[in-house]
Ligand binder design. Sequence first.
Ligand code: HEM
Length: 218
Amino acid sequence: MTSAEGAPGLAARLRDATAVEHKDTENRSFISRLMGGELSLDEYTRYLAQYAYVYRALEARQPQPGDPEFLSEPALPRFPSIVSDLAHLGAGDWEIAHPALPATQAYVAHLESIADADVPRYLAHHYTRYLGDLSGGQAIASLVARHYDATPDQLAFYRFEAIDSPVRFKRAYRDQIDALDFCEDQAQILFAEAKLAFRFNGDMFNALGDAVPEPVAS
Ligand code: HEM
């Protein structure tokens, strides 16, 4: 979206500011291998369990007076779906079966350290995960179903029951970012925090990948 004067809006600036981090995160070996069918449903379960910690922390924030409404959009929270998926994936007591990796602990500690009233920082994490789930996440769901025979019961994470059209939802979400009355300092905090959010995700992928070394080419 551009403003009336033709300058890019905040949402477009945010996408541009994180474009390099997006490419870099998307291309991490664990994700490429997961999406390429080289891993297993067990590896997917390990990955999902780490996200249970992340979403529990992300979704623990209490709405604050003056928050933009879309930060409390009830269609978005994923923690209950992830827990349900983990049960259907046979993870049992997921916290016992899959302790948080150090990279996950760092991401969670950071989410917990963000002040409740800090809209730019919280928005950065909200945007990075939920717009990601509504974009590349949809591709992950199809590929996990195709490669590893995951059933719909195991993929509720990616099903946003209250969202008819992810494309329209994402457009409206970006419009709401554009409508925020951020000063330039707040915009810069938003961009820096979103880059950091991508890095936390990338660190988790690296840690997950380290546990399943790539086969050495003979
Ligand atoms: C599995 C690999 C991934 C693929 C194939 C992928 C693909 C995509 C695609 C095609 C879009 C554009 C959708 C659109 O314009 O509506 C997108 C957007 C996005 N993705 Fe990913 N993605 C991947 C991983 C990730 C990860 C790991 C994250 C976050 C950690 C992420 C966060 C985002 C965000 C925030 C957007 C919205 C960009 C914007 O329009 O502002 N993606 N992704």
